[in-house]
Write a protein that binds this ligand. Sequence first.
Ligand code: HEM
Length: 424
Amino acid sequence: MASEPAIRSKAAGAGVADAPLDELQVADDAHWTRGAPYDLFKRLRSECPVHWSGGIEQYPEEEGFWSVTRADDVHTVSRDWRTYSSASGITALTHSVLPLELQQAMFIGMDPPKHDRLKALFQRGFTPKRIAAHEGAIRAITVDVLARLGDRASCDLVSDVAQPVVSRVIHSFMGIPPEDDADWARLMNSVLAVNDPDLNPGGQRAIMERDVPEIFARCGRLIAERRERPTDDLTSILVHAEIDGERLEEHEIVMGFFLLVAAGNDSTKATYCSGMRALLEDPRQKRMLLDDPSLIPDAVEEALRMYPAFAHFRRTATGDTELGGQAIRKGDKVVMWYVSSNRDEGRYDDADTFDLTRRAEHQAFGAGGRHFCLGTALARLELRVLIEETLKRYPEIEIEGEPLYAETQFVNQLKTLPVRLRPA
Ligand code: HEM
């Protein structure tokens, strides 16, 4: 499909319901100004579940991609790494987050066998049992961040609560000192939400000219320290890892480090904030949790399903194949939209409704296969503790003003969630 002529985006925003299917461009920024375009994906699931978005007006250098919108097809792509490779970029738009060569230096951007060997370095430390041992520390971090709110009557749940908690947790795993938390959070936010004018005021250029060099410089200092004095943190594991008898190159260590910090940061923050918003918009369900906190893990799973923190990940076809009745050609980009598959009406009744009693499986952490999320146990623990402690301290918490979405097609997140902490 890569050779198809560019199709101009006549169908952005309001035209989603009746525009011809071949004029719909999923990557058109106009669809993404108020979160993920759920109506657009609903239409695709029903009328064209594997859909081609052709040349993209805003991104003329991009050739287009297939959108995979139903859960079964996402599952097929996710499990078959031989046909659907991760080694040619992991986002719908090749350069939307980082240049291709940097994506390929992270194990999320590799195929087996190297992927498996690198991932294996970390898997033992991320089992539910090993992660459970961190509950006390994660709770202490959360309680401390909430306590810093003092007697404030209102706050922004994104920047005042979620960000400092998730940063401190993943940074403590990496060996980043607390005084650097805010700088790393800024770097992760700008790189992952590259098109958002608030999170990344400098645009794509600033990422390459300012942020990536800063990431390399900061990480380089940490690497040098760990070479001298290894500790039990994840940075030390990367620095001293040997794959087939060889140490990792400096840029592979930096990007391995970046992957863990980035994956641990925005994803958990995004899910906590979306889930809290859903609960605050439905006081009946919030009340259920206040009455019976043992239901909080169910609310966490439903937040993951309704608002998967990563809107998508991408693969590239390694040969000609067929998916959902469409002929895919070698080299075509194939995008798994979790924001769509997690609302697939073939799997979920009333899929657009947040219902913490649903107890359904979802694809927020991926749909199985080699790249299934490494951090599921950590994310689930953090989310449970965050919701438990927030509701314990602020049982009357309410939304105060309109939340704002980050303008990105990658991390599905709110950038502000203003709340009233106590009754007025
Ligand atoms: C709510 C929180 C989270 C969500 C929704 C999430 C989601 C995902 C998804 C969808 C993938 C799969 C990508 C693909 O199929 O290509 C992934 C991979 C990954 N996640 Fe998570 N994640 C979360 C939290 C975390 C945390 C806390 C960590 C901590 C280190 C983490 C580390 C990773 C890593 C290293 C990978 C790459 C795995 C691989 O390529 O084999 N994630 N995550």
